[in-house]
Design a protein around this ligand. Structure first.
Ligand code: FAD
Length: 458
């Protein structure tokens, strides 16, 4: 067994997908080997274990598109190098709306894909026209790039027969799918350990700074200290808590979001369905008795109002699997991640009702979810504009990689590579400064973000 180091070049606080990816790219891109990853629990056991593991390059801003395209390129490199150990698939994201001319969504697509938009967006306005290729295969190498915009109800019903007949448009984003976050983390941890990096089960409780950093760490056997030339805050929902140990405040809050997963015994969702999202808001139907009950509960009243769009569903565990997941990130209330998770017992019923509007066959599960169904959740750590924070902190020698909201698995590789490049003082892509604290001094960018706030509904 390796003796725990008492000093290191880089101490990374948090061994979720993000801290692990920072360590991995320090090793493989910059040859940094003296790394200690610290986590109070098992690696990959907090937020990174609750993710839907979906990825996409669909964003309404070209910086986020470039960032996730970079992340997907790196994921593809790992898939290629590892014989697809990370189970990368590519059936796309199907974004559904009842509107037949969703101008704002098309404008978002064009803004996000920038100069490449015209070549990437294909519009299909009738069944016969154009050649829409449905996602028959889950192989990421076989999928087309770009976006297919289906604006014909007959064409939509032909290819998405389970969806409600009132769906007027589908935007099928093709560079999208899912991966295994756990396999990605394991793959990276093997390289980190092989290079001499250490993973240590320890809670960081204080950080002092003189010429270097001294971290006070609480371990099974008591308290110890670790000297580090540089520290990285990758503490997920505890991002602001670790920043406070350095005397810094970050504009990040934590919002609890939930999912359910269950065996789809009734085969309500075809196994070939892409990750499918209902973009339209909706008012759920309740009986008078249910309304009275919900209005008497603290969290119940938002369920009586118009709920936001973003409800999503997808088959789980590949073509041969039988489980499905449903999610709806409608909660907008921040809470303290150190307290008991605010899991809402109404959620399974709410998400099923909402998802049944898009996929009516799901109604069969209302009030009778199959035995063994899972209801779980985790925190979206978010800035108000829902962009990440990756790069230097105010404290010299301290870096951060966090506020990854609902996109931290899909962007873990790029986040790790950018943060590692900041630490090594290496070249960065043009958009990298926009993901640092420096963006708050860029009034034009902040005004733009306020106007076109990145969607936080997923
Ligand atoms: C319900 C849900 C669905 C999601 N779906 C998707 C999706 O489909 N696609 C996607 O890309 N993203 C998704 N996400 C987001 C994604 O899961 C997160 O962005 C990502 O996991 C964040 O990783 P992390 O490493 O920053 O945080 P975490 O995984 O939480 O890791 C942080 C680690 O830091 C440790 N830590 C904290 N403080 C200390 C300390 N003081 N000392 C030592 N250790 C400490 C914790 O123990 C933890 O292990 C989803 C999130 C949720 C909640």
């Amino acid at each position: 067994m390796t003796r725990p180091a008492d000093s290191t070049d880089v101490a990374i606080i948090g061994a979720g997908n993000i801290g692990i990816a920072v360590a991995y790219y320090l090793v493989v891109n910059h040859g940094v080997k003296r790394i200690v990853l610290l986590d109070s629990g098992d690696p990959m056991a907090l937020t990174s274990a609750q993710s839907g593991e979906n990825y996409r390059n669909w964003w309404p801003h070209p910086f986020m598109t470039a960032f996730t395209d970079y992340a997907i390129n790196l994921l593809e490199d790992i898939a290629r190098a590892s014989g697809n150990r990370i189970h990368m698939t590519r059936r796309g994201y199907a974004l559904a709306t009842r509107r037949s001319t969703p101008e704002d969504l098309l404008a978002d697509l064009h803004r996000g894909y920038g100069v490449r938009a015209t070549s990437l967006i294909r519009t299909h306005e009738s069944s016969g026209a154009g050649r829409y290729r449905p996602a028959t295969s889950s192989d990421w190498k076989a999928a087309p790039d770009g976006v297919d915009v289906l604006l014909d109800r007959a064409l939509i019903q032909e290819h998405f027969p389970g969806l409600a007949p009132d769906i007027g448009a589908i935007l099928h984003v093709r560079r999208a799918g899912n991966i295994s976050a756990q396999q990605l983390g394991q793959f990276m941890l093997e390289s980190i350990r092989a290079a001499g990096g250490q993973v240590r089960r320890a809670r960081v409780t204080a950080i002092d700074r003189d010429a270097a950093f001294t971290l006070t760490v609480r371990e099974k056997d008591g308290t110890a200290s670790l000297r580090a030339d540089r520290v990285v805050n990758a503490a997920g929902p505890f991002f602001t808590e670790v920043a406070a140990m350095l005397g810094e405040t970050l504009p990040v809050s934590c919002i609890y979001q939930q999912k359910i997963a269950f065996e789809d015994r009734a085969r309500a969702i075809p196994r070939t369905l892409p990750f499918t999202i209902d973009l339209d808001g909706q008012m759920l139907l309740w009986t008078d008795e249910e309304r009275a009950l919900l209005s008497s509960e603290a969290e119940g009243s938002i369920l009586l109002e118009t709920m936001p769009g973003g409800i999503h569903q997808r088959p789980e565990a590949g073509d041969e699997g039988s489980w499905i997941t449903l999610g709806w990130a409608y909660n907008a209330t921040a809470s303290d991640p150190a307290s008991e998770p605010p899991i809402d017992p109404n959620f399974p019923d709410v998400v099923l009702r909402g998802a049944s509007r898009l996929n009516p066959a799901l109604q069969t599960y209302l009030g009778r979810l199959p035995r063994g169904a899972r209801h779980y959740g985790g925190y979206y750590a978010m800035t108000p504009e829902n962009w990440p924070l990756i790069g230097p902190m105010h404290t010299p020698g301290a870096f951060m990689a966090g506020a990854l909201s609902g996109f931290g698995i899909m962007s873990a590789t790029a986040t790790g590579a950018l943060c590692a490049a900041w630490i090594a003082g290496a070249a960065q892509p043009d958009y990298a400064p926009a993901f640092t604290l420096g963006r708050y001094n860029d009034q034009a960018l902040m005004a733009e973000l306020k106007e076109n706030a990145t969607k936080s509904i997923l």
